[in-house]
Design a protein around this ligand. Structure first.
Ligand code: SF4
Ligand code: SF4
Length: 378
């Protein structure tokens, strides 16, 4: 396992971090019932295996994750790790809620402080709320009174929003972003990651396997991997791509089983910063292209076609359809489409007014695609 300096904060961190959002559960289909003995053993085995970064959050496992993480970190394990949890910004209704929630979380974790407290899952709207509630004062006070060591944020919006918020404060301890070889131009993007590095803000990566999808590639991608001279599993290619970036301090994996943990530990014993050859980097680009070649609708998600007068959520429909085709996951599409139908956002509401097609910079035949998707439903 490689350990790298956590920016300029004065300590090192393991490249593999333990994400506590997919702990083993005791009841199938019920995420809120964690199999506590197994989860605690799994987390401790990870730490014994070299992991020094543990990440949880208020909503994980319906609020149970913080409690079980705290239990796992007893018996001397807390001292071995950097511990992160996150402010549920959506639950903040007034300024004083930030203090109340942090206190509640420390109680659930049963610790006097956390090393990092992140403002969770930020987008434009949540950022505006945090600014109105003077988030810098709250974070500074929590650092001064010892409840947190450093503040950071986790992020899900576009690049400009990321850059603006990154530059909004010069005290960030870290920024957590979604990043993998398929999404390197999505959300914060590789450019945002590089800028964080220039600002001295270490990056923590979430979704390195894109919710597990990159671990199970479709046949054309699998064949490319089998034929490539450098042999890596699908999981290792995905981790290797992210671990290559020197701006990335640690990479989160939400491990649910002992096999996943051991496989990850073994992979991370081989991965290093700048560990990819030029041929490897080129191959990662080819893997991305192979996935994108399976994307039927060349929608970039720019949202210029929104809002539709009939409230058809065009980018969401195209994104769900493309993902289903890229990853061979028709069931996932069916579920997502049902959700869109339940909100009256689905393609059947289109009255063919043509407003979206005039606005689309990609000149996509949106109406035809909507009809086809609605009929096909994959
Ligand atoms: S053509 Fe259909 S989807 Fe496009 S704006 Fe009109 S109603 Fe909405
Ligand atoms: S305008 Fe075109 S490319 Fe942009 S989200 Fe709508 S359909 Fe996609």
């Amino acid at each position: 396992m490689q350990y790298v300096p956590f920016g300029s904060l004065g300590f090192d961190v393991s490249r593999l971090g333990f994400g506590c959002m997919r702990l083993p559960t005791a009841k199938d289909g019920d995420k809120t019932v964690i199999d506590r003995p197994r989860a605690i053993a799994l987390l401790r085995r990870g730490i014994d295996g070299g992991i020094t970064y543990v990440d949880t959050a208020y909503p994980y496992h319906g609020g149970e994750s913080e409690i079980v993480t705290g239990l796992a970190l007893k018996n001397g394990y807390r001292e071995k790790v950097t511990l992160t949890t996150k402010l549920p910004v959506w639950a903040v209704k007034e300024e004083k809620d930030m203090n109340r929630l942090l206190d509640e979380q420390l109680k659930k974790l049963d610790v006097p402080y956390v090393d990092f407290y992140l403002l969770h899952a930020l987008d434009k709207e949540r950022i505006e709320k945090l600014k109105a509630f003077h988030y810098k004062d709250f974070c500074t006070q929590a650092i001064q009174d010892g409840r947190i060591k450093h503040a950071g944020f986790s992020f899900h919006d576009d690049k400009q929003t990321f850059l603006d918020f990154l530059h909004d404060w010069d005290q960030w301890g870290l920024a957590q972003i979604q990043f993998n070889y398929l999404d390197d131009q999505e959300q914060a993007t590789v450019e945002g990651l590089r800028e964080a590095g220039r600002c001295g803000v270490p990056i923590v990566v979430m979704e390195p396997l894109r919710g597990g999808a990159l671990a199970n590639p479709p046949a054309n991608v699998r064949k490319m991997m089998e034929e490539n001279p450098t042999k890596r599993s699908a999981v290792e290619w995905a981790f290797a791509y992210v671990a290559d970036f020197p701006e990335v301090a640690t990479i989160l994996s939400g491990m649910s089983t002992e096999d996943q943990l051991e496989d990850n530990l073994s992979i991370f014993h081989r991965l290093t910063v700048n560990g990819m050859s030029e041929e490897d980097r080129q191959f990662a680009v080819q893997l991305k292209e192979a996935y994108l070649s399976r994307m039927p609708v060349k929608c970039t998600g720019c949202e210029y076609c929104q809002p539709c007068p009939q409230d058809v959520h065009i980018p969401d429909i195209f994104s769900a359809y493309n993902n289903a085709k890229m990853f061979d996951q028709p069931d996932r599409f069916a579920n997502r489409y049902q959700e869109l139908q339940s909100k009256n956002w689905d393609a059947s509401r289109c009255v063919q007014c043509g407003a979206c097609e005039s606005a689309c910079p990609q000149h996509l035949p949106i109406i035809d695609w909507l009809q086809r998707i609605d009929q096909e439903r994959v």
